[in-house]
Design a protein around this ligand. Structure first.
Ligand SMILES: [Zn+2]
Ligand SMILES: [Zn+2]
Length: 506
C-alpha cells in the first residue's frame, strides 16, 4: 500500500489522495479547491495521469470532495466512481450545478478578456461534461462489502456528515495478512437533525482523518435552533423579514427540519416560508427519496405521516419571476436562499431588499470564509456593495454557532477512541496548519501516533517522503500528461512551471 496526498493536505478543500495497491491506482475523493486554496493551488492540474486511474472512491457529494470528477473524466479517466446511492444522486445535481457555475464565471471573465484584446478561456468543465461523467458512477448501500478486484474490498459506513456521506473501510490482502485502512471522509457532528451520528469503527491499521475543527468545541445545537425560532417570531412581529443565507445542500434541509417542528406546534403566526435556490429545491427532493438514511427521530416523524422537510406555509420558489415576487414582500417572510456565503445566487437580491431595513433580520447558519460578502456583513461592516450599489447594513445580524456538519475536537477524539486497537499511524488531512498541530498534540497526549500530511507527501506504511524527492524528470512527465486536453491558455503557465522546476533542480 502506498498513499500520496494531493489535496486537502495542509488545507481544507480539494480532497484528493492516491492509493496504490496491487498495480491499481485508486483516488480517495477528487475534490475542487475552493476560495484561497483555489487561488494558491489552482484546479486545472492533476499531479498524475487521469487515464491511469482505475477507481475513484468517493466519500461524499460535497464539491470539495467530488468537484473535480468531471474534469478527471474530461481528461480521459474511464474507471468507475464508487460511492453510496445517495451520494450518487446528490452528485448528479451538485456536479451539474458546479459545471454551470464554471460556465457562468468563465463567460463573465471572457467578456472582460475580449474587451482587453485577450484570447477567451474555457471553463474547467461544463454542466454537460458533469452530466456525462455521471455514467461512471456506481452507487452502493452502506455496510455491504464491495470487492473491487481480488484482494481489495471496501465497505461504506455512515459518517453522519451529509446525506450519503461515508467513512470508507478499505481491506487489502498483503501477503498472509489483511491490512485495513480507514478513510474518515468528513466526520459529522453529533445530534444533527436528520442525520445519524458518525459510526464508530472498531479496528484500523492506518487512518486518514479529517481535522477541520480539531481545535474547537461546538455549542449545543438544540439551543441554537430555539434561538432561530425566537429570532423569526420577534422579527415578524416588528414587521420585517428574516433572510437566511444557507448552503443549498445539507444545511437548508436541517433548517427546514427545525422549522417544521415549530410550524407543526403552531409556534408561528402569519409567517410565509420560502426556499429560493434551484439546487436546494432539487436536492431536498433527493433527501426525500432517501428517508431510509434518516436518523430514528426523523423516521418517527415519517411514520406518523409528517414529511419533516415540508410544512404548510412553505413554498419552494421555482422560477426567477417568483423569486422577484418574494423580493417585494414587506413583512412576514422567511427566505432561505443560497449561496451560503452570499457570493452568488439569489440570496444577494434578498439581501439587497432587506439589509437596509432595521425591521428585518439576517441569520447566518453556516461558516463564512474571510473576504466573502457574508463575512463582511457578519463582521459589522456598515455599508456593503451588492450589484455595484451601496447598501446600508441596518438589519439585525445573527449567527447560529452550533450548526456544524463537522465533528468538533471532542467528536474527533471520541471517534478515534472508538478503535479497540491503537492504529499504527493516523494521517491528518483536511485542516488548517495551526488546527492540525493543536489536534496532533491532543492525539499524542493520548498515546496515538499521528502525522500531518503535506501536499505531495507519499506514505508507504512506514515513512513519509515528499514529492520533491521524486526525480525531477518524473515530475515534469506527470505535469505534461495532466496538461493533455487542457486549454492552450495554460501552456504558458506549464512552460513557466517546468522552467521553475528545472531551475530549482540546478
Ligand atoms: Zn463535506
Ligand atoms: Zn470536506
Amino acid at each position: 500500500m502506498d498513499l500520496e496526498f494531493y489535496g486537502a493536505a495542509g488545507c481544507v478543500t480539494g480532497s484528493c489522495h492516491v492509493l496504490r495497491y496491487g498495480g491499481k491506482k485508486i483516488l480517495l475523493d477528487c475534490g475542487l479547491y475552493q476560495g484561497k486554496d483555489e487561488r494558491e493551488r489552482g484546479n486545472n492540474i492533476f499531479p498524475f495521469n487521469p487515464k491511469e486511474i482505475d477507481y475513484v472512491i468517493l466519500s461524499h457529494a460535497h464539491i470539495d470532495h467530488s468537484g473535480r470528477i468531471p474534469l478527471l473524466y474530461k481528461m480521459g479517466f474511464k474507471g468507475e466512481v464508487i460511492c453510496t446511492e445517495a451520494t450518487m444522486d446528490l452528485c448528479s445535481a451538485m456536479l451539474r450545478d458546479s459545471g454551470f457555475i464554471q460556465e457562468m464565471e468563465v463567460e463573465w471573465k471572457n467578456r472582460k478578456r475580449i474587451r482587453q484584446g485577450l484570447d477567451t478561456i474555457e471553463p474547467l468543465y461544463t454542466a454537460k461534461i458533469a452530466e456525462l461523467s455521471m455514467y461512471l458512477f456506481r452507487g452502493y448501500k452502506y455496510d455491504k462489502f464491495i470487492e473491487l478486484f481480488p484482494g481489495f474490498k471496501i465497505r461504506f459506513k455512515d459518517s453522519g456528515h451529509l446525506l450519503g456521506a461515508a467513512i470508507v473501510e478499505i481491506f487489502m490482502q498483503e501477503e498472509q495478512e489483511e491490512v485495513k485502512l480507514v478513510y474518515s471522509g468528513d466526520l459529522g457532528n453529533i445530534n444533527v437533525p436528520i442525520l445519524k451520528d458518525p459510526t464508530i469503527i472498531d479496528y484500523a491499521d492506518y487512518v486518514i482523518l479529517e481535522t477541520t475543527y480539531g481545535n474547537r468545541y461546538h455549542g449545543n445545537i438544540t439551543n441554537q435552533l430555539e434561538k432561530l425560532a425566537t429570532i423569526i417570531k420577534n422579527t415578524i412581529s416588528r414587521g420585517g423579514n428574516v433572510i437566511i443565507p444557507s448552503f443549498a445542500v445539507g444545511r437548508t434541509q436541517e433548517v427546514l427540519y427545525c422549522l417544521n417542528k415549530y410550524v407543526e406546534s403552531n409556534f408561528f403566526k402569519n409567517v410565509k416560508f420560502f426556499v429560493d435556490s434551484p439546487l436546494a429545491n432539487e436536492t431536498t427532493k433527493i433527501f426525500e427519496r432517501h428517508t431510509e438514511e434518516y436518523d430514528e427521530e426523523a423516521k418517527k416523524l415519517i411514520r406518523k405521516g409528517d414529511d419533516p422537510l415540508n410544512f404548510s406555509g412553505l413554498t419552494f420558489v421555482d422560477s426567477v419571476e417568483k423569486s422577484i415576487q418574494v423580493n417585494k414582500i414587506q413583512r412576514g417572510a422567511v427566505v432561505i436562499s443560497a449561496s451560503g456565503m452570499c457570493e452568488a445566487g439569489r440570496i444577494r437580491h434578498h439581501l439587497k431588499h432587506n439589509l437596509w431595513r432595521k425591521e428585518s433580520s439576517i441569520v447566518f447558519v453556516g461558516y463564512q470564509a474571510e473576504g466573502t460578502l457574508g463575512y463582511k456583513i457578519l463582521n459589522g461592516e456598515k455599508k456593503i456593495k451588492i450589484f455595484g450599489e451601496e447598501i446600508a447594513v441596518n438589519a439585525e445580524i445573527h449567527r447560529l454557532d452550533g450548526l456544524s456538519g463537522h465533528a468538533d475536537r471532542q467528536g474527533l477524539l471520541n471517534w478515534v477512541d472508538g478503535f479497540k486497537n491503537k492504529p499504527k499511524c493516523i494521517l491528518l488531512v483536511h485542516g488548517e496548519k495551526e488546527v492540525q498541530e493543536s489536534f496532533k498534540e491532543a492525539l499524542e497526549s493520548k498515546g496515538y501516533n499521528s502525522k500531518i500530511m503535506q501536499l505531495g507527501d507519499l506514505f508507504n506504511g512506514k515513512n513519509i517522503f515528499n514529492e520533491d524527492k521524486i526525480s525531477i524528470k518524473d515530475k515534469i512527465i506527470k505535469r505534461i500528461d495532466s496538461y493533455e486536453k487542457i486549454h492552450k491558455d495554460n501552456i504558458d503557465e506549464l512552460i513557466r512551471e517546468i522552467r521553475t522546476i528545472i531551475e530549482k533542480s540546478e
